[in-house]
Design a protein around this ligand. Structure first.
Ligand SMILES: Cc1cc2nc3c(=O)[nH]c(=O)nc-3n(C[C@H](O)[C@H](O)[C@H](O)COP(=O)(O)OP(=O)(O)OC[C@H]3O[C@@H](n4cnc5c(N)ncnc54)[C@H](O)[C@@H]3O)c2cc1C
Length: 359
């Protein structure tokens, strides 16, 4: 069938472009099933031209396939004619319904970026999100890293605009769409969720072996903005950055800490936490006189950190000093101890500390 002849009046009007390309296979991402043959790619300029094209192909019994981002990893039906969906680019928020109305040809990341500007999220974070479209992702039942929390796009869609049997656009329920074989989707309605706060602080008490737990976290390359252990064993985590990726990272960190017996502190007062962090420094004790106090940082490796801790604890105990410690900034090789040392009845740094510092 000659596609140029079939679509000639709209090609001439400039509403539709056609392009014959060598197809390297059913997906540019895949090396399997390579077929090197000519494919006619039809690119309608807008939704109306898209509908017109679909109608014309159906009337002419011309077999065609739709192409979104072309990232599908399952083999779509083969066709020598492909219609690109990128003209299906509707994008607005229905404030009353709290839904995004999004064209099937919009990429998943573009939809997320659009709603993020208004403080919302769809909760859809796919590895292929920069290229994969809403339509293609619904057809392939794709799911992102936060699907456990938000569901996937197919679960989320409330209603979908399709091309009906007579070739017109019609809104139907998502369930009806999935009961229809090979529906052509034009627009989708997706619920909006409030985007989580960009910075989150959490504390886990009762972690059985906090050093093992934080070592596992950093070895798994789950490096949050802040991860520390205080003397009592409580672990503090601060997730900060791109909200959804941080949420996913935080969930994995929380899972590790919970496996070690940690319980998240439910009623954590974030403001009070920061105020305590800022005001709690050892030097305040120096102002009263008759005291020597300092904060000392000591690098420790995973293989020998307990001897570092024993060394400092032993000296502190035998000299009547008080020693409070935190372990911060863990990496795959080690971490840093922060020792707050306070020695009564002296005003200069004790010798054992000077030696330990220089050693
Ligand atoms: C690098 C990479 C990373 C990936 N990451 C993930 C991931 O994190 N999670 C995951 O689940 N998958 C992932 N995938 C798989 C793939 O991205 C998904 O299946 C994807 O969402 C498909 O979308 P698409 O727009 O590329 O679809 P396409 O490949 O263009 O099309 C897929 C199918 O949908 C049909 N279709 C497209 N648009 C419409 C429409 N408007 N109406 C009706 N039918 C239509 C096509 O005809 C085809 O049958 C990844 C793939 C790659 C290559």
């Amino acid at each position: 069938m000659n596609i140029t002849t079939l679509l000639h009046e709209r090609i001439a009007a400039g509403d539709i472009r056609i392009d014959v390309r060598k197809s390297r296979g059913w997906s540019p991402w895949h090396q399997h099933g390579l077929v090197d043959h000519d494919v006619t790619v039809v690119t309608p300029g807008d939704k109306e031209a898209f509908l017109w094209t679909v109608k014309r192909f159906r009337e002419a019994h011309c077999h065609y396939a739709l192409v979104g981002g072309g990232t599908s990893t399952s083999k779509p039906p083969t066709a020598d004619v492909q219609i690109e969906t990128k003209c299906l680019d509707t994008l607005f928020i229905d404030d009353a319904a709290l839904e995004l109305v999004v064209g099937a040809g919009v990429t998943v990341d573009a939809a997320e970026a659009f709603v993020a500007e208004k403080g919302w999220t769809l909760g859809q974070w796919l590895g292929s999100g920069a290229t994969a479209t809403i339509g293609g992702s619904i057809v392939t039942n794709a799911m992102g890293i936060l699907a456990g929390r938000y569901g996937n796009l197919r679960d989320a869609a409330t209603s979908i605009e399709i091309v009906d049997a007579s070739g017109n656009a019609a809104w139907v329920s998502a369930r009806e769409v999935f009961e229809t074989a090979g529906p052509t989707m034009l627009t989708v309605r997706l619920p909006l969720w409030l985007s989580p706060n960009g910075r989150a602080l959490a504390r886990f008490a009762g972690v059985g072996s906090p050093f093992t737990a934080i070592r596992q976290i950093v070895t798994a390359r789950l490096q949050p903005a802040h991860l520390s252990v205080v003397q009592g064993g409580t672990v503090t985590v601060i997730a900060e950055g791109e909200t959804h990726l941080e949420t996913a990272r935080y969930q994995l960190i929380a899972a590790i800490l919970q496996k070690h017996g940690g319980q998240p502190e439910q009623l954590l007062d974030q403001t009070a936490h920061w105020e305590t962090m800022l005001s709690n420094n050892p030097w305040t004790q120096n102002s009263g006189g008759g005291y020597w106090a300092d904060r000392i940082t000591v690098a420790a490796e995973w293989g020998s950190y307990s001897s570092v801790l024993d060394h400092w604890t032993h000296h502190a105990t035998s000299t009547g000093a008080t020693l409070t410690w935190r372990a911060v900034n863990p990496t795959v090789t080690g971490f840093t101890f922060v020792f707050d040392v306070a020695v009564p009845a002296v005003s200069d740094e004790p010798e054992w500390i000077t030696d330990a510092r220089s050693g």
